[in-house]
Design a binder for this molecule. Sequence first.
Ligand SMILES: [Zn+2]
Ligand SMILES: [Zn+2]
Length: 233
Amino acid sequence: MNIILDLFFPKKCVGCKKEGSYFCQDCIADILQTDLICPQCGNLSIGGLTHPGCERSFSLDGLWSLGIYQGSLKRAIQKLKYEPALVRDFAPVLADIIVYYWKKYSPYLFDLVRKNKSQWVVVPVPLFWFRENKRGFNQSKLLGQILSKKLGLDYCDALKRIRFTRSQVKLKSEQRRKNIYGAFEISSNYTLDAKPYVLLIDDVWTTGSTLRECAKVLKKAGATKVWAMTLAR
Ligand SMILES: [Zn+2]
Ligand SMILES: [Zn+2]
């Protein structure tokens, strides 16, 4: 069946439109790896760990991003957001790339998770129900589900968005923080006691206000470690 489908609807690279795969080797190689940053101050940090001096009571413990938001990765993320027909086929490809790069370049977080698999849970940044219904899916949720399977971790929709927020795209850093303040809540039947370490998934890290707000809610509910993981920044 797949062979017939491939014949009529050949796979095209999301980065360069070359036929044969959803993301070609050239475009994967084009993903720009740079040094990781502290999610609190934005300055360079080994392993993406929050600097000891930047830690606050409910802050993120670290940030890992696959690459920089440009070129083929940027085009891939845009496809993931706006082409639902492609998403189910393409998200597993992206998850494979994440795991591959993660092992290769980020032994710190990789080891942290591997050592204590039973303590970790994968949690996506939720969309407001209206937006998710309109789009038909939440790309961070889908990616989180696939990633958790590949990594052998539990998955949970631990957060919900309790109010509609304006798009953050055109807002400045301080406006973003205010816009997203109080937008999330823990899902009613969920407790973090059994899984205190959270891998929080989103597609793009811009100023980090959304992910920091999610971390605050998770930690207030009992999470003891929250790492953000995004496709790009
Ligand atoms: Zn390509
Ligand atoms: Zn810092």
